[in-house]
Design a protein around this ligand. Structure first.
Ligand code: BGC
Length: 368
């Protein structure tokens, strides 16, 4: 916590620097050209992104970065404030993908180019570009980890499913990827779903429609909230019996919820061992992995995502067409996208992937 608040303080100081434009190498006050809006300061994932933005943007252009604190109303106000300052490019990670359409449309009306960052803004034509990780592969990597830790030939392994917020398009992509890998192993009896009647009802179907996924996600959502994840896990453990426990497999959607869920499973005397997934490589989860309290995470290198978003923005400011590698349909259009790969991390490669790569300092952890 102490380190996080230090980063926030440092970040706010850097903001001042970032909002100075560089003209001919000399810093002078000028108007903000790029606005960055991130969903919340309360999840370490977005502090990682903020830190990278502030690193990369120093000296690039007039930039201002704002947080929406998990509130679509605040997000809209943030965008309006940035429009007043004259931004030309908006890089925005929506709190709620559909609700953010209004903010994107307001920006578009002012002639601003809108880049959806990490999460896609849906149901509007007002999004120009999308910079993202390969989110389907995040879900696949999580599920594959669980599959890789099965005992050969053993059937009836208890499976507990959890998902992100239904208002986040990524929650569907993660779940889709995970389901594609898990479903054949559920259908052949290797895994037995213990906490979702909706998932059980669909367990013979490999490729789910969005409406079908919505039913399952509606039941197993954490809303990306630690407390909701904790409560859901505790409720599931109360309503299942010792026969549904023993060695269990848990699909947890991200690191924050994984830690909350893992803590509940660790307390249950009928759970002898558990495998639990995550994503984001949050520092607290890296420590959990080192300590054997969380099995894996999916590292999404925010250095790359931020670099791609900023490159896109600076290309747009320079009148160039940004490089994209594919597209994502947002319900209203195919949004040209630049996608980044992800890396599975567990105890075996945690040091190489996250410390030796320079992402975190070894001194941030104990027992490495
Ligand atoms: C992001 C994840 C994050 C989650 C909760 C998703 O859209 O892709 O990295 O853990 O939101 O904030």
């Amino acid at each position: 916590m102490k380190k996080i608040s230090k980063i926030i303080v440092a970040a706010s100081a850097l903001l001042l620097v970032a909002s100075m434009a560089f003209a001919g190498g000399a810093q002078q006050k000028s108007k903000v050209q790029i606005g960055v809006v991130l969903p919340t300061k309360d999840e370490p994932r977005w502090i990682q992104d903020e830190t990278q933005f502030l690193k990369v943007l120093q000296g690039q252009a007039g930039v201002e970065l704002l947080f929406s604190q998990g509130d679509s109303g605040k997000e809209k106000q943030n965008v309006e404030a940035l429009l007043t300052k004259g931004i030309k490019v908006l890089i925005i990670c929506p709190h709620d993908g559909t609700a953010a359409a209004a903010a994107a449309e307001a920006a578009k009306k002012e002639g601003v180019t809108v880049i959806s960052y990490d999460r896609l803004i849906t149901d509007t034509t007002a999004v120009d570009y999308y910079v993202t990780f390969d989110s389907v592969s995040v879900g696949k990597a999580q599920a594959q980890y669980l599959v890789n830790n099965l005992e050969a030939g053993k059937k009836g392994n208890p499976l507990y499913l959890y998902a992100g917020a239904a208002s986040d398009n990524n929650a569907f992509l993660f779940f889709q990827g995970a389901w594609e890998v898990l479903q054949p192993k559920i259908a052949d009896g290797t895994f037995v779903i213990k906490n979702s009647s909706e998932a059980i009802a669909l367990q013979s179907k490999k490729n789910l429609e969005r409406t079908e996924m919505a039913k399952i996600i509606g039941q197993v959502t954490t809303n990306w909230e630690f407390n909701e994840a904790k409560k859901k896990a505790a409720d599931n453990l109360t309503s299942t019996t010792a026969a549904d426990k023993g060695k269990v497999y848990i699909l947890a959607p991200n690191d924050g919820t994984a830690r909350a869920i893992a803590d509940e499973f660790a307390k249950d005397k009928d759970v002898s061992k558990f495998f639990v997934t995550g994503q984001d490589a949050e520092k607290a989860s890296v420590q959990y992995i080192i300590d054997g309290k969380q099995s894996m995470t999916v590292f999404k290198d925010t250095r790359t995502l931020v670099k791609d978003a900023v490159k896109m923005a600076t290309d747009i400011l320079a009148g160039k067409t940004p490089v994209t590698t594919g597209s994502y349909n947002n319900g209203k259009k195919d949004v040209a996208a630049k996608q980044t790969e992800v890396v599975t991390v567990d105890q075996k490669n945690v040091k190489a992937a996250l410390v030796d790569s320079g992402y975190y300092a070894a001194s941030d952890f104990t027992g490495l």
